[in-house]
Design a protein around this ligand. Structure first.
Ligand code: FES
Ligand SMILES: [Fe+2]
Length: 339
């Protein structure tokens, strides 16, 4: 692949981010998580609780996720078998009489809900100012077992979220009507309702779609009416590094009283969603991020979305309309000023 671009947006935001699915991490399992330009070791102890620690042993630098094991509720390093618990303390060195006070590893706040595992991330390691957000009125037991998908895409997470309010692409890329976006802002959150319609099997299907953008990593869609039922999608957008994003989708369909109907609906909704998703992905993989795009009156609320997103960057320079100034431009400015 050619090195086609350098994304000029700040790569990371603070907040809660999904790092996996509960069913993929059994008791006693340890996994490597590659996110935010580094790697973490995620594990589930004997007590069933999940821990996330930095993936570098403070002893001599081995990676826990490369051959480390879970011992009780702690992680044992593969190199000299030092053990660290979920709070980061070294709890055992098999050959030492005294554990050094500095034998500690960085840890992260973790929460598990809806069958998803989340960690809180901020550049300075600060604690979360609030608990993991919730999905409004979502009762997991009322829905069937979800379908799950995971992709790694060469794009910034903001670009993926922008796609939801990019009205014109729905007709051009997906063959839908051009939806109208109704925005509601509640504090830090952005909620958007879209009226959508598409023709399938010669029938005009109409629906409503509600986007709940709570944080860059906590974003979900609710379909209040889709072929006589409801659907819910958790759309997890997590930076892998400065160039790539991990996008996980968890798709629930509400249980039906009619035997077999949920399965048919699930098949329809999931395949329709994946079709549009792959259409978007073709564009995403090959587009540039333009900090100051040339927009027209039918383009939807792209700049509004960007201003909302900018509040989550940790420290960055914003222009007069609240949009982050690309790092390259700030560097150029600094060079000019110091010349
Ligand atoms: S490097 Fe981890 S125990 Fe030595
Ligand atoms: Fe799209």
């Amino acid at each position: 692949m050619t090195d086609k671009r350098r994304i000029s947006l700040p790569p990371y935001t603070r907040g809660w981010f999904q790092i996996g699915w509960s069913s993929d991490l059994k008791r006693g399992e340890l996994k490597k998580i590659r996110q935010f330009g580094t790697s973490f070791a995620m594990f589930r102890g004997k007590d069933g609780k999940v821990g996330v620690i930095d993936d570098i042993c403070p002893h001599l630098g081995a990676h826990f996720s490369e051959g480390g094991t879970v011992q009780g509720n702690a992680v044992r390093c593969p190199y000299h078998h030092w053990c660290f618990d979920r709070s980061g303390d070294c709890v055992d060195i098999p050959y030492a009489k005294k554990i050094p006070a500095k034998a500690r590893v960085g840890t992260y706040h973790v929460a598990e809900r809806y069958g998803l595992i989340f960690m809180y991330h901020s550049q300075d390691g600060a604690s979360p100012p609030a608990e993991l957000p919730m999905m409004d009125d979502f009762v997991e037991q009322q829905y069937d077992r979800p379908a799950t998908y995971e992709f790694a895409i060469r794009i910034h997470g903001q670009d993926i979220m922008e796609n939801s309010v990019d009205s014109a692409h729905f007709r051009a890329v997906h063959g839908h009507n051009t939806p109208e976006n109704f925005f509601h802002e509640e504090g830090k959150e952005l909620r958007i309702t879209q009226a959508v319609s598409l023709r399938r099997f010669g029938v005009l299907l109409k629906g409503r779609l509600e986007f709940h953008m709570i944080e860059p990593g906590f974003h979900y869609l609710h379909f209040p009416q889709v072929m006589g039922t409801q659907a819910q999608v958790f759309s997890s957008i997590v930076p892998i590094d400065a160039q790539s994003t991990n996008h996980r989708l968890t798709i629930w369909i509400r249980k039906s009283m009619v035997p077999g109907w949920s399965r048919i609906l699930r098949h329809f909704v999931v395949s329709e969603m994946m079709r549009t998703y792959h259409e978007d992905m073709q564009i995403w993989e090959n587009k540039e991020y333009l900090p100051h795009p040339v927009l027209c009156d039918g383009d939807g609320s792209i700049m509004k979305l960007r201003r909302w997103y900018a509040q989550f960057f940790e420290s960055t320079t914003l222009d007069s309309s609240g949009i982050p100034i690309p790092k390259s431009a700030v560097d150029t400015l600094a060079c000019r000023e110091s010349a």
